[in-house]
Design a protein around this ligand. Structure first.
Ligand code: ATP
Ligand code: MG
Length: 382
């Protein structure tokens, strides 16, 4: 579809996927005067709380595809496992940003790694295997992480191998369909992420690098700005922007990075959508990552957002959400005036599922971090 098409307010924007990222997109779009059509198989998907049109069907439903395309003026996505074929079909008829190129890269780790390697971007050493048996023949230095090529998220579909004997232990879990990426464990000092917004004219902006702290492969806390040397921060932003320029599609993206002592930066993966570590941009930037997603989708101006303050984000995972259904606990967290609670309205709770997040915003990161850790102790009853 014509790369230059612009979509004015009062039009209807389609969103593929109905999770919390789609919900924040819909809120930003509604504020700007757009309507939002959300397509997600689940009737109660979080983004549907803000949808003006709801499509509750699997992504391979051809009839719904026709209806969706007839209702929407432009389409974006919030989940990287939307079928590429669906996006290919939609983008023939309506501007779709990002499009099938970004999606195809991000949803298959082997293609993503090859793309990064072909373009000369720094990344962890890796090999691709097609059967668990291939593990025994690998000559990479241990430890490794074996990662499924498709459908992985929040550390699901990953196995760490620290010793030769553990190679046999993962044989049965990884006996399903390959291929897998076997990646060397990176002894990083810090994990970083950079959100990049790229407009239809090819110009781009980056948000400051965010410092991410994971627990069991799931993002637990993010600190913005990352507590690193300013020159490293600039290099991280530059690298992320180069990666997105190499893809060349408009949209909002996030590039996840590893910072290895003292200043080496490796690319971990690319998300073709706003990112959990960028939720704070709603509270602490003049333009949020979600508003930028609307702008890049509609061909509006993108602009370097102004930072209003520092933030620490705390994810609310699984059963922790139930603690926040009490007034007392909620008030304990809210009383400082620096915390804002965002809950996604998910009905079913699974261990580790992202149910909401709390943003602590202010100036002194030490204070914000302390409050976030206190809130973590409350919600996790540690
Ligand atoms: P998500 O979609 O939630 O970002 P994912 O399941 O797609 O996650 P990764 O981002 O590749 O997978 O890995 C999840 C986390 O596991 C990383 O953020 C990091 O903490 C750890 N990890 C992944 N690869 C490596 C590596 N090569 N070395 C060290 N740690 C790693
Ligand atoms: Mg990741």
């Amino acid at each position: 579809m014509n790369k230059d098409i612009q979509t004015p307010p009062s039009s209807t924007l389609g969103m593929l996927g109905g999770g919390q990222l789609g919900g924040f997109f819909a809120e930003a779009a509604l504020k700007m005067g757009y309507k939002v059509a959300v397509w997600d198989p689940s009737e109660n998907a979080p983004a549907k709380r803000f949808a003006t049109h709801k499509f509750n069907a699997p992504f391979d439903d051809a009839e719904i595809l026709d209806k969706f395309v007839s209702v929407v003026d432009a389409v974006s996505l919030e989940w990287e496992n939307v079928p590429v074929e669906l996006v290919e079909a939609i983008q023939l008829k309506k501007p779709t940003r990002p499009g099938s190129r970004s999606l195809g890269l991000a949803q298959n780790r082997t293609i993503e790694k090859q793309f990064l390697k072909d373009n000369g971007f720094p990344l962890a050493q890796y090999q691709v295997i097609y059967s668990a048996k291939d593990l025994s023949g690998l000559d990479q230095e241990l430890p490794w992480i074996v990662k499924t090529a498709t459908m992985g998220y929040d550390g699901h579909g990953q196995w760490r191998i620290s010793s030769t004997s553990e190679k046999d232990e993962v044989n049965s879990p990884i006996a399903g369909e390959g291929p897998w990426v076997v990646e060397q464990v990176v002894p990083f000092d810090m994990e970083l992420s950079v959100v990049v917004a790229r407009g239809i004219d090819g110009t781009s902006i980056t948000y400051p690098a965010t410092e991410n702290i994971h627990e069991n492969g799931i993002l637990r806390m993010s600190v913005c700005p990352a507590r690193i040397d300013p020159s490293i921060e600039l290099s991280a932003r530059h690298l992320a922007e180069e990666v997105i320029n190499a893809i060349g599609e408009p949209g909002v993206f996030c590039v996840e990075l590893f910072l290895v002592h003292p200043s080496k930066i490796l690319v971990n993966e690319i998300a073709p959508r706003p990112h959990n570590s960028g939720h704070h941009t709603i509270d602490s930037f003049s333009i949020s990552q979600y508003e930028h997603q609307v702008r890049t989708l509609c061909g509006l101006s993108i602009a370097q957002p102004r930072r209003i303050g520092n933030t620490v984000l705390l994810n609310v995972l699984g059963e922790e959400a139930s603690v926040l259904s009490s007034i007392e606990t909620t008030n304990l967290i809210l009383k400082t005036g620096r915390a804002r609670i965002y809950m996604y309205g998910k009905e079913s709770v699974r261990p580790g599922r992202k149910m909401g997040h709390i943003i602590f915003s202010g100036e002194n990161i030490g204070v914000l971090e302390k409050e976030a850790l206190e809130a973590l102790a409350i919600i996790s009853r540690r």
